[in-house]
Ligand binder design. Structure first.
Ligand code: PLP
Length: 330
């Protein structure tokens, strides 16, 4: 089977497993796991932020990051198909007690004029105040679309001008960086707080980080424990992340090329595919998914009329070419 359902399906490589086996560990709740500390320091530095916090999942990193900005009864604005709005099962409402309002953009982009119209200043006991704006880069359900740096810079400047903050769900920020050449620090500059994942295109079996100020991370460390996310000798997992950062970032360019190959086979303009996700409108996703499975290719659906294919570390050029043939025949 060629598994194109998600870039989360990768299995750790032999050399990643060896790095995990070698990892020095300690009790991370005591702050004594040297490998976790090294990963946190490295990732914070990559984005030019003060500190970072290792979490088991991207969802937890997002919940901690957003709650560092937004309290109960306050709101965060985000695009309608943002992962925080659609796919974290209401965690932000359930844990933080915040509300969300959304703008709609076909490619998940920053729509500054709409955001300005949605923005609600704190007017006392009348309206829910907007205290954060969240962006997703790359945007998963918008087909891995990259958000242009200039738009993010404008958004950040606007947010600062009205006293609000920016959260970036950077689960696939590495893909945006490789696709555009924009330095990770430049993405870090336009976000007050971020969540980034090691367990997507980078191929680690688990692991994400919240990135932000030292104060925000100190507070998030308490909340992570409160939510049951205090972990012990997890240097073995952090080692997988460090290995991924060393070996699996530049190769994302291959995933992007493979995704364009798949798009072309489906009659989609390859130029419209920014990174490793191809989202294709389809009348009957279940039928397409079943037919592809018959031919040895697994794909997924995101919504009632969109088929999604995601390339990753475990999809070789030959796999992509074979899958492309299957899609063309279907
Ligand atoms: C954009 C985005 N953010 C956050 C997440 C959450 O990551 P996790 O599955 O590790 O909770 C995902 C998962 O696919 C994602 O695509």
């Amino acid at each position: 089977m060629i598994d194109l359902r998600s870039d989360t399906v990768t299995r750790p490589t032999e050399s990643m497993r060896a790095a995990m086996a070698r990892a020095e560990v300690g009790d991370d709740v005591y702050g004594e796991d040297p490998t976790v500390l090294a990963l946190e320091e490295r990732v914070a530095g990559l984005f030019g932020h003060e500190a970072a916090l290792f979490t088991p999942t991207g969802s937890m990193a997002n919940v901690l990051a957003v709650r560092s900005l937004v309290g109960p009864g306050q709101e965060v604005l985000c695009e309608a198909r943002a992962h925080i709005a659609r796919a974290e099962l209401g965690a932000h409402a359930a844990y933080t007690g915040l509300t969300m309002r959304t703008w709609i953009s076909p490619r998940g982009q920053v729509e500054l004029e709409t955001i300005q119209q949605l923005f609600a200043p704190d007017m006392g006991p009348f309206f829910v105040p907007t205290v954060a704006i969240s962006v997703e880069n790359t945007h998963n359900f918008a087909g891995g679309a990259v958000l242009p740096l200039a738009d993010l810079q404008d958004l950040h400047a606007y947010a600062a001008s009205v006293g609000t903050k920016v959260h970036m769900d950077g689960a696939r920020i590495w893909n945006a960086h490789v696709a555009t050449g924009v330095p990770l620090t430049a993405y870090g500059e336009v976000a007050d707080v971020m969540a980034v994942c090691l367990s997507k295109g980078l191929g680690a079996p688990i692991g994400s980080l919240m990135v932000g100020s030292a104060d925000a991370i100190d507070e998030a460390r308490v909340w992570r424990k409160r939510m049951g996310g205090g972990m012990r000798q997890v240097g073995v997992l952090a080692a997988a992340g460090l290995h991924a950062l060393d070996h699996h970032v530049d190769r994302l360019a291959d995933d992007h090329a493979h995704a364009r190959l798949l798009a072309e086979a489906c009659g989609v303009d390859p130029e419209s595919v920014d990174t490793n996700i191809v989202a294709i409108p389809h009348d009957d996703p279940p039928a397409f998914i079943a037919a592809a499975r018959e031919e040895g290719v697994l794909v997924g659906a995101v919504g009632p009329s969109v088929v999604r294919m995601v390339t990753h570390l475990d999809v070789s050029r030959e796999d992509a070419e074979r899958a492309a043939k299957v899609f063309a025949s279907l």
